[in-house]
Design a binder for this molecule. Structure first.
Ligand SMILES: [Zn+2]
Ligand SMILES: [Zn+2]
Length: 291
């Protein structure tokens, strides 16, 4: 089994357990490395959206920030806590982020400044939203949109994923076909978008994730689908298996199953961002032109 997990969330953001509890469980499961990757979502008008209101009602509004400074202030004490716990932990602990990429120069400048200040060990690129008419739509907005608008939004979603890959800012991309969460993007008409996206990933320096939280849905597959896993094999994109654990129960969940499925789809290369690295990550950071 893959003995590390790099896509996890904790209390203070939208996870349900503390960093300490996640480390303890990872250790009991026999994992050798654990990365904590809470959401980093910065968008100027995010607090005016309905989804922000909904998040506030459920108590996880902290994942959304209107400015980079606000997000940096949230991550500072969180990273300090990880640094403290790292010292006494028996396994290797890494500071990550699951970042929503927005394609503008302003966003990129703010994000580069953030990385200089917070110095994360690794970065996950993701697209949970679509920018539309000066606001952000999430998966539920997509689900509730009129048919024609829905198609347009889903195309925009795939464009975002490609832009995230082409940014070369991240180590791997999260849950490519996230929109199947609300039943979107399943038909054959989406194969072209999927192909172009996997092609964009393979020509970037990025890798992709197999996210076992997709097994919660009724399709019997992780994110992404078998159809996309076969494209990973065709374009030789290395993959990393993630649980996207928002609580201790989900750590390492169904890793074996995801691994077998990847093999069946022809995937040969599996990715560990810290394979063969010493305790300091200088050589790893040298390889990555951004960190
Ligand atoms: Zn996510
Ligand atoms: Zn996540």
């Amino acid at each position: 089994m893959q003995d590390f997990s790099f896509h996890t969330h904790t209390i203070g953001f939208d996870g349900r357990n503390t960093v300490e509890e996640m480390i303890e469980t990872a250790q009991n499961l026999g994992l050798k490395k654990l990365g904590i990757s809470n959401h980093f979502i910065v968008y100027p008008t995010i607090k005016e959206t309905k989804m922000y209101e909904a998040a506030a009602r459920r108590g996880y509004q902290n994942i959304y920030s209107a400015t980079f400074d606000e997000a940096i202030e949230r991550f500072k004490p969180h990273y300090e806590e990880i640094d403290r716990l790292k010292e006494k932990s028996g396994l290797k602990i890494y500071k990550g982020m699951e970042v929503d990429f927005f394609a503008s120069n302003q966003w990129r400048d703010g994000f580069e400044k953030t990385v200089e200040i917070l110095k994360p060990d690794y970065l996950i690129g993701s697209a949970h939203f679509v920018e539309y008419k000066d606001t952000l739509c999430n998966s539920h907005d997509l689900k509730n949109a009129a048919k024609e608008e829905q198609k347009l939004l889903l195309h925009k979603y795939w464009q975002n994923v490609r832009a995230t890959a082409q940014s070369n800012l991240f180590h791997f991309l999260a849950h490519l076909d996230l929109m199947k969460k609300v039943g979107l993007g399943l038909g054959d008409e989406w194969i072209e978008d999927e192909c172009r996206t996997v092609e964009a990933i393979s020509s970037s320096s990025m890798r992709a994730e197999i996210n076992t939280s997709g097994f919660k849905l009724s399709y019997g597959e992780p994110y992404p689908s078998k159809r996309i896993l076969s494209l990973f094999a065709k374009y030789d994109v290395p993959v990393i298996i993630s649980d996207d654990a928002h609580n201790v129960e989900r750590l390492g969940d169904r890793f074996d199953e995801a691994f077998q499925m990847a093999k069946q789809c022809g995937i040969r290369h599996f990715y560990d961002p810290f394979a063969g690295q010493k305790d300091d990550f200088s050589s790893f950071k040298e390889q990555n032109r951004f960190l």
